[in-house]
Design a protein around this ligand. Structure first.
Ligand SMILES: Cc1ncc(COP(=O)(O)O)c(C=O)c1O
Length: 405
């Protein structure tokens, strides 16, 4: 399979060429803000969101700041991003700003909770997950299993996780339940509140990978009972790789989830470091952080976060509900225009999911057809994952349906 730079593994490489601006349903200014959709039929936002002009502007503003210094408002912009971005994300997921930290990717967030619970795992507690959790996370958990972690992986039946099977798998030996709120495989949405309640009833915590949810489906960490969550910004938050968010419920910080590293600066409290040492205090001072930034090792990609900052502002203007409604409408439109006998929909809840996945009866034929088109979707083992976004329209779906025959 061909691949293009920056494209997720398994993505069908496009034949660049076809203009894609025929739709009427999205205001033309939104579509024109994503130049990539003028180049190809891009239906892979769940793989990587193409950069919008607003995100590019954020990147440029940080570049100018680092190149030219803080004059002419450049420093103010970067400071506003640094002080505002955690709050913007907190608003999006129903959290408090003190519950949000910055991590470089989703799995880094999941690893923080795995590391923090290591003593519980050493004492015999285990992890419950399922096979629609991100395969990269499953791989990590299998690696940890090699070194002794007890792991249960519930299997989907006909591409759907039965919540009662998750609940039955959770017991007094469970330390953590780790799941993807929205599956990248087929857009399956977990019955997260029921799973969280089962975890909590047994004293376990719930980690949610929210990368395929946040920014495109409503996420409310408190209403959903999520204890820890993380995501990267390069999908539904309109940002770039290397930037992401971590949510840790406040009462768990530094208690049930102890720090594994201690960011901050030691301060010397003796001469000649200070002229007036405080003799009631130790010679070198340590200050524990009191918010989720306590899990951050050090500096992050401030430039990358400028893209996400603009993305979050853009999203606040559009609204997650509107973005989801748009996707659901387009996904349903696609399903009406493809041959269901040749392309079976394996997304359990098309009316709520941003993603629709089709299982090709003849995978070889499907690959050939996709390669001959300019459609960019994700393809793996006969599964064609389609993920439109605000810039998409019916004409994109018509082209994909036509390509699939
Ligand atoms: C459900 C899910 N989790 C995680 C990731 C990526 O993880 P990370 O942000 O750690 O690179 C993806 C990317 O495709 C995903 O779809």
């Amino acid at each position: 399979m061909k691949s293009a730079a920056g494209m997720a593994a398994g993505t069908i490489a496009p034949r660049v060429g076809l203009a894609a601006n025929g739709g009427l349903s999205i205001p033309s200014d939104i579509r024109s803000r994503f130049p990539r959709v003028g180049q190809e039929t891009y239906l892979n936002a769940a793989g990587m969101m193409p950069l919008g002009d607003f995100s590019i502007e954020g990147l440029r503003r940080h570049e100018a700041y680092q190149q030219l210094g803080g004059g002419d408002g450049r420093g103010e912009y970067v400071r506003a991003m640094q002080t505002g971005i955690r709050g913007l994300f907190a608003d999006l997921v129903g959290a408090e700003e003190r519950e949000i930290g910055l991590v470089h990717c989703t799995k880094a967030g999941e690893q923080i909770v795995l590391d923090a619970l290591s003593a519980e795992f050493a004492g015999g507690k285990g992890v419950v997950t399922n096979d629609l959790h991100f395969a990269g996370s499953l791989h990590n958990l299998l690696g940890l299993q090699e070194s002794g972690l007890s792991l249960k992986i519930v299997r989907a039946k006909d591409w759907k996780i039965r919540v009662e099977e998750m609940v039955a798998a959770i017991d007094g030996d469970t330390g953590l339940v780790s799941i993807s709120l929205v599956s990248n495989i087929n857009g399956h949405i977990e019955d997260i509140r029921t799973i969280a309640d089962a975890a909590h009833a047994h004293g376990a915590l719930l980690f949610a990978d929210i990368i395929q949810a946040v920014g495109i489906t409503p996420v409310d960490v408190r209403a959903m009972g999520i204890d820890v969550a993380s995501c990267s910004c390069y999908k539904w938050l309109y940002g770039v790789h290397g930037t992401g968010f971590l949510y840790v419920r406040h009462d768990l910080q530094g208690t049930r989830l102890p720090d594994r590293l201690f960011p901050g600066q030691a301060r010397h409290n003796y001469a000649p470091w200070v002229s007036d040492p405080d003799l009631t205090q130790p010679p070198i001072l340590y200050h524990e952080r009191e918010d989720a930034t306590r899990y951050q090792p050090g500096h992050v990609s401030y430039q990358g976060y400028c893209a996400a900052y603009e993305g979050l502002k853009f999203l606040a203007g559009v609204g997650v509900e509107a973005a989801l409604a748009h996707n659901v409408r387009l996904n349903r439109y696609l399903l009406e225009h493809v041959d269901a006998a040749r392309y079976r929909c394996i997304t359990p809840d098309v009316d709520r999911s941003p993603i629709v996945t089709l299982l090709a009866a003849d995978p070889g034929d499907a690959i050939r057809r996709l390669r001959a088109s300019d459609a960019v979707v994700s393809y793996s083992d006969g599964r064609i994952r389609v993920s439109p976004a605000l810039y998409s329209n019916e004409a994109d779906m018509d082209r994909l349906a036509e390509a699939l025959g």
